[in-house]
Design a binder for this molecule. Structure first.
Ligand code: OAD
Length: 259
């Protein structure tokens, strides 16, 4: 009986249409606080539902913008861990490796993965709340940052005068349609899905493994804890994302060399 990581490496090395789905567990290992844990210090008096909504932004734009500015800056000071680099290496070895992520920190792109579908948007993307004009991250980073009370007035859009907001999906908002459609298609058409650090409870991302399994794909789960998928997936690896992905990428590399 082979080790789960070796079984996984074999199917990944042979995959023709692999896809990766990542969640908060992937980011956690780089030190990115979970959504709730990010509400510390000046923002600890809020519940996520109070800040991450369009209504909250309309009511208290300076509170919400200050919090997102802080989250963006704290993630920029962290580095993508070895698991991200392993996925970049797997992309190189396999020729293509789309990654569907629920994370908004942009780490997959920073590490060098070239095909990343950000289902919940990105902390690095900004647009205005009126007509959706893009706003450069450099202009946001150039701001002085929140005041002593955590407040930061969002800049105005130079085109329509709307308020600049973070390009993340807030509670009650639709997921980006193009990203969602592509994620569904990738799940239906993949032959191998690698599911990393996601609890499997937040939809629609949580529906992707079932789509893949229904079409006969091999689904590999990497998670430190059991999830609702653990009994359903083809191979379950109980491990930290960084260790498991690094090991798998090395094994796939050696298999590609020897074949
Ligand atoms: P969750 O926080 O629901 O689940 C994280 C999963 O990662 C859990 O199953 C952990 O066991 C696992 N985990 C933790 N550390 C790990 C590690 N080092 N290696 C491997 N696994 C590890 O995160 P998601 O499933 O991503 O939505 O769902 C979070 C989404 O819900 C977020 O995108 C956010 C939140 O509401 C929005 O912002 C819209």
């Amino acid at each position: 009986m082979r080790e789960p990581a070796e079984q996984a490496a074999r199917v990944i090395a042979a995959a023709r249409r692999p896809v990766v789905v990542t969640g908060a567990g992937m980011s956690a290992e780089s030190g990115v606080p979970t959504f709730r844990d990010a509400l510390t210090g000046l923002w600890s008096r809020f519940e996520p539902q109070e800040l991450a909504t369009p209504a909250a932004f309309r009511r208290q734009p300076d509170v919400v913008f200050g919090w997102y500015w802080e989250r963006l800056n704290s993630t920029l000071s962290l580095l993508p861990h070895s698991g991200y680099t392993a996925l970049v290496e797997l992309e190189r070895l396999l020729g293509a490796l789309p990654i569907v992520t629920q994370n908004v920190d942009g780490f997959h792109g920073r590490a060098g993965s070239t095909d990343v579908i950000e289902l919940h948007g990105s902390l690095r993307a900004f647009r205005c709340d009126r007509e959706g004009h893009d706003f450069p991250i450099e202009s946001v980073l150039a701001l002085d940052g929140p005041d002593a009370g955590g407040l930061l007035e969002p800049p105005s859009c130079g085109i329509c005068g709307g308020r600049i907001r973070p390009g993340v999906v807030w509670f009650g908002e639709m997921l980006p349609e193009v990203a969602l459609r592509r994620a569904g298609r990738l799940a239906r058409e993949c032959d191998v899905m690698l599911l990393v650090g996601t609890s499997g409870v937040v939809y629609p991302a949580a529906g992707l493994p079932s789509l893949a399994l229904a079409r006969g794909a091999t689904v590999v789960e990497i998670n430190t804890e059991p999830t609702p998928f653990t009994g359903l997936v083809t191979i379950a690896i109980r491990s930290r994302a960084g260790d498991a992905l690094t090991g798998i990428s090395k094994l796939v590399s050696s298999m590609k060399v020897t074949t």
